[in-house]
Design a protein around this ligand. Structure first.
Ligand code: H53
Length: 806
């Protein structure tokens, strides 16, 4: 209102620019917001007031960013992801803050790194996700077994803003009726039930820029208000809350599977709920500009993080045709011009398919549209390949199986203008295997690669402040955090003894910190002078934690067979494992159990002492990764070649001055290209040989590596507890075709670990390798990824910021 304009202009929101101002704000929040005083300000109040003070500043920047983005009205990016593994915490104030653990593994953490880069690079961008009440479960280890405990993380979250006024009603079930209006026949989706989506906004600040973007998370709630008062007054309290509870179930819990799709109805409901609310929001924003519809793809780029949001393609087509009245072809051009699809896996068990009957029941109109999309697509394929009868069956979005299934990846390809993989090998593999036919149909240009990256702000500057500071002192200040290629200046200092000494001291201090964490959480004392060998990631057979623990057993047996004098010459090692198994993944849980059982025997063996310790760290998550990564000497990225799309923790470990042992898989290959072959320990079969090896296991003779056989025999002798517990793991290799090539790679794995030991004995040489590697890691910043997406897929530009206006 006009009379108040002046007041608005006079910087209406309290903020601070220095320590005194900050303190003042904290005190103000303690006294006014929390209604406390100096005398009853406990840790929780201090924490709350601190975060509220920061939050105020965040809001100001965020409001200004949003106002400016709206005013300029340039093209925006929307990143649709079912997972954002943010992991924020202020450890030093009080252990109060929960990890925002709204993700499982690499896919969700990548989304979080991308949000950081988008804001840092000043792109007008929004993330859209679900506000789960329960994030990924907390893992407890009881008697060596994983036990899942729910993670209720919303007690107090100062970083989100409920937007009770931003709601969208989402329809499910019902039926489709044809109606004719004005000479046009249209499809009307009627009946069914409505669930309300409520927006919660999380500000995403960039590094060294005022740009503060938005992550909008949707929460589900019953559309008819709190509960049915009629029923309540009639004494039927239970059913009056039932509807509300059913609605709230949709956003209640994150599915705890990584690289595994289970096809549950509630999961499909989550996907549509989230996608429909997000698209409604995006379309509403576009319509404010009153531009013609054909300009939609000039204003909006939507990136699909895996196939989970693929229904967005169908939903946008529905909005344009059924609601806005566009012709099918004009609408479809807009749709395909808008979407890009990122594939993150070739594993068959992770590729999403939904039974046609389930989609029909839940989303009847969407199934019709999917059939029409498929029809027009197959017609065009038939025209282009008239003599190829098989191709139609192979590429159909509908799999003619029993029951029929909707192939979400195929729908995503057909509905997008670009498809990308996440590392070079992976992007090549999708073009030659699972999406081969689509390369024939659309030509190679539709398919591209954007190798993953990580944000150096979190994974170096925050996780390893001392190393970050040392690097800054050699690279001309903190600029390298925004241009990671500046790390290359480190190479000229490799000969500097003092620098190498400081480098080694920092690594040692980080190892001391991890050793303390190990002592506090497991009771096991480890010697920080040992070589720390780390494998932390989701537990999965393709990631081969079983190969690692079999290797550990082999090392144990070798040490046991030595004389005390021989043992004295050996290098002490700590094998550190961490990671969650999906609750329904039995084999993964057995692997955890074996690791703990081996630890229980080895760690108390007096012949062995410091020479070998085996640790399983409970509840691996983002905050723990920040303690673990800086403390590793060598980390393991040992997936069967061709199975790990990229991997991103490999990048975190190298950036923190650790070396890696790995297979020729995912981003390991590009890391090798960048840092040089002499700075990485590669082993094992290549992806082009995997198929033949598997075939030979099943149809030829399959001999097990003799060293691995000894390991198996030892397990079967009961050295590590009841051998029955581990018989399935052994049978997978010996009898069931060794799908993950554990035996084929065992020998080269063991030999390569010997090379690691030898290299580590030469500490000067080792540190030189570490520094060289860090110096050459500039390519793996997620800033580079975002710039590639922006240029090649989104066609968006950053928005220049005027710092003075903030
Ligand atoms: O995505 C990461 C990759 C990693 C890949 C992972 C992933 C998930 O975490 C979940 C599902 C899925 O299809 C893929 O396994 O290799 O680095 C980010 O791209």
């Amino acid at each position: 209102p006009e009379p108040q304009r002046e007041a608005w202009k006079r910087n209406q929101i309290a903020s601070f620019t220095d320590k005194d101002g900050f303190e003042k704000e904290v005190v103000r929040h303690v006294e006014t917001t929390l209604a406390r005083s100096m005398f009853n300000c406990d840790e929780i109040a201090a924490y709350s007031a601190t975060s509220l003070a920061f939050r105020d500043r965040l809001i100001t920047h965020w409001n200004k960013t949003q106002q400016r983005q709206t005013y300029v009205d340039s093209k925006r990016v929307y990143y649709l992801s079912l997972e954002f593994l943010m992991g924020f915490r202020i450890e030093d104030v009080v252990k109060q803050e929960h990890d925002a653990a709204l993700g499982n593994g690499g896919l969700g953490r990548l989304a979080a790194c991308f949000l950081d880069s988008l804001a840092t690079l000043n792109f007008p961008a929004w993330g859209y996700g679900l506000r789960y009440r329960y994030g990924i479960f907390k893992q407890e280890i009881i008697d060596g077994y994983q036990v899942e405990v729910p993670d209720y993380w919303l007690d107090f979250n100062p970083w989100e803003f409920p937007r009770h006024d931003v709601t969208v009603d989402i329809q499910f079930f019902g039926q489709v009726n044809k109606k004719t209006t004005g000479g046009r026949t249209i499809s009307v989706w009627e009946g069914g039930e409505i669930v309300r989506a409520v927006a919660y906004d999380v500000p995403i600040p960039g590094y060294d820029t005022p740009t503060t973007n938005n992550l909008r998370l949707w929460s589900s709630k019953a559309s008819g208000g709190e509960f049915d008062f009629q029923k309540f007054n009639n004494g039927d309290y239970e059913s009056s809350v039932a509807e509300q509870q059913r609605a709230e179930t949709i956003s209640a819990v994150l599915y705890p599977n990584d690289n595994l799709e289970r096809g549950k109805e509630l999961r499909l409901k989550q996907q549509y709920f989230w996608v429909a609310a997000s698209l409604y929001d995006i379309v509403r924003r576009f319509k404010k500009s009153r531009r013609p519809w054909n300009e939609f793809p000039d204003q909006v780029a939507i990136q699909l993080n895996d196939t989970h949001p693929t229904l967005a393609i169908v939903e946008l087509q529905r909005i344009l045709v059924d609601i806005e009245g566009l012709e099918w072809d004009a609408a479809w051009e807009i749709v395909t011009g808008t979407f890009g699809y990122t594939n993150h896996t070739v594993l068959p068990e992770a590729l999403e398919k939904w039974p046609v009957g389930l989609v029909q029941h839940l989303l009847p109109r969407h199934l019709q549209i999917i059939y029409d999309i498929n029809l027009f697509f197959l017609q065009s394929v038939e025209k282009a390949f008239p003599s190829d009868r098989e191709i139609l069956r192979r590429v159909s979005i509908i799999e003619e199986s029993q029951p029929k299934m909707v192939r979400m990846a195929f729908l995503a390809i057909v509905g997008s203008h670009k498809v990308n993989g996440v590392a070079e090998l992976h992007s090549d593999l999708i073009k030659t295997t699972i999406f081969k036919d689509f390369v024939e149909i659309y030509g190679p240009d539709k398919f591209t690669n954007v190798t993953n990256g990580i944000t150096p702000r979190r994974w170096l500057h925050q996780a390893n402040p001392r190393l970050s500071e040392l690097i800054a002192s050699k690279c001309g200040g903190n600029e390298f955090l925004k241009d990671l290629t500046l790390l290359n200046q480190l190479e000229k200092h490799i000969g500097d003894k003092k620098f190498r000494k400081e480098w080694a001291e920092i690594k040692y201090a980080n190892k001391v910190r991890l050793a303390k964490h190990i002592k506090d959480t497991t009771g096991v004392v480890v010697n920080p002078a040992s070589l720390f060998d780390v494998q932390v990631k989701r537990i999965h057979e393709y990631k081969r934690q079983q190969l690692n623990i079999f290797g550990v057993i082999h090392r144990y047996l070798t040490l046991k067979a030595m004389t005390p004098d021989e043992r004295k010459k050996q290098l002490p090692r700590v094998s550190i494992f961490g990671g969650k198994a999906a609750p329904g993944y039995w084999m993964a849980k057995q692997i955890i159990h074996l690791i703990n059982s081996v630890g229980a025997v080895v760690n108390k063996d007096e012949d062995i002492g410091d020479l070998l310790k085996v640790i399983f760290l409970e509840d691996y998550n983002v905050s723990k990764a920040e303690i673990i990564c800086p403390a590793s000497d060598i980390s393991e990225h040992i997936s069967t070649a061709g199975t790990e799309a990229s991997g991103t923790s490999n990048m975190k470990f190298v950036l923190n001055g650790g070396l890696i042992i790995g297979t020729c898989d995912g981003a390991n290959i590009e890391i090798t290209r960048e840092i040089g072959e002499s700075n990485i320990f590669l082993f094992g079969n290549l992806s082009e040989d995997v198929e033949d090896l598997r075939h030979a296991h099943n149809y030829g003779s399959h001999t097990i590596d003799p060293d691995l056989d000894k390991v198996f025999n030892e397990i079967e002798d009961g050295t590590f507890g009841n051998p029955h517990d581990f018989s399935a793991m052994i049978a997978a290799v010996r009898q069931h075709g060794d799908y993950y090539l554990v035996s084929d790679d065992f020998h080269s794995y063991i030999e390569t670990h010997q090379l690691v030991d030898e290299a580590y004995r030469n500490q000067d040489g080792w540190i030189a390798k570490c520094i060289t590697s860090v110096a050459r890691m500039g390519f793996f910043t997620s800033d580079r990824c975002i710039n590639e997406y922006a240029e090649e897929i989104w066609n968006v530009e950053p928005l220049a910021v005027d710092r003075r206006s903030f």
